[in-house]
Design a protein around this ligand. Structure first.
Ligand code: GLP
Length: 243
């Protein structure tokens, strides 16, 4: 596991964007899996800059959202479909036909979960996944639990995560209580993993994750330690409990 500590959020974002840009240049048809939340926003800003100022070309890139709230309309401003369009896709030359995510408004959610995994398989698997991390160590929406699902599944969200994510909503009661999320297998099968975290609020979980000498289903991020190509990029504030 490669760990990079940066001086601030901006540098964390540009380092993450540089790794993604490298992947795009080396593999112009790469399948990216991109996360939502405040951690990757700066990365997307930098990717947009690289596109506009340095011609980073997304024309053949394929991209997927790894999770989605259940119960929100496809264009809901707090939905992850909207998020990716708003913060990245509409600002670069990606063909939106090459973007997809879990169909969390499907009448048959179990079938939609199976279809999502099949689609990832049909596309040849993920080349690079950009992850954030929840304060409880969740990745995508794989929450701490006694067991973790390999496949895409429906996930009940913990009270703490609902509270954390309520900052994007007007009221905590509007936060969906369930989500559809990619499982551990597709995350793990991704050829490269980049994880970003910033700020004081992530320092405890970053230390727990990095220092852990066991794989812990109650800290899902610890499973990533077995991956052969993972880069963790954290700013100084998130790294403060590391030494
Ligand atoms: C959500 C998302 C995750 C994200 C996490 C942390 O729960 N499903 O993909 O990593 O929040 O979000 P933030 O970066 O806003 O702290």
């Amino acid at each position: 596991m490669k760990i990079i500590v940066t001086k601030d959020y901006k540098e964390m974002s540009s380092q993450a964007a540089a790794l993604i840009a490298k992947e795009i240049k080396e593999n112009p048809q790469a399948l990216l899996a991109l996360s939502t939340g405040s951690s990757p926003m700066g990365t997307y800003e930098e990717m947009i800059r690289l596109h506009k100022e340095e011609g980073l070309d997304f024309r053949q890139i394929r991209s997927l959202n790894m999770d989605e709230y259940i119960g929100l309309d496809k264009n809901h401003p707090q939905g992850y479909n909207y998020f990716m369009n708003h913060y990245l896709y509409q600002h670069v030359n990606i063909d939106t036909k090459n973007t997809f995510g879990p169909d969390a408004v499907n009448q048959n959610l179990n079938q939609a979960a199976l279809d999502f995994d099949q689609k990832i398989k049909d596309e040849g698997g993920i080349d690079l996944i950009l992850l954030g991390i929840g304060r409880d160590g969740h990745i995508a929406f794989n929450m701490p639990s006694n067991e973790l699902s390999l496949a895409t599944h429906i996930q009940k969200l913990s009270k703490a995560t609902i509270k954390d994510n309520s900052r994007f909503f007007d009221d905590v009661n509007q936060v969906p209580v369930e989500a559809m999320t990619i499982g551990i297998e597709n995350i793990f099968k991704s050829k490269k993993i980049v994880l970003v975290a910033s700020g004081d609020s992530k320092s405890e979980i970053i230390a727990k994750f990095i220092h852990s000498e066991t794989l812990r289903t109650d800290v899902p991020a610890t499973l990533l330690k077995l991956h052969k190509d993972i880069t963790v990029i954290v700013d100084k504030a998130a790294a403060q409990d590391l030494s």
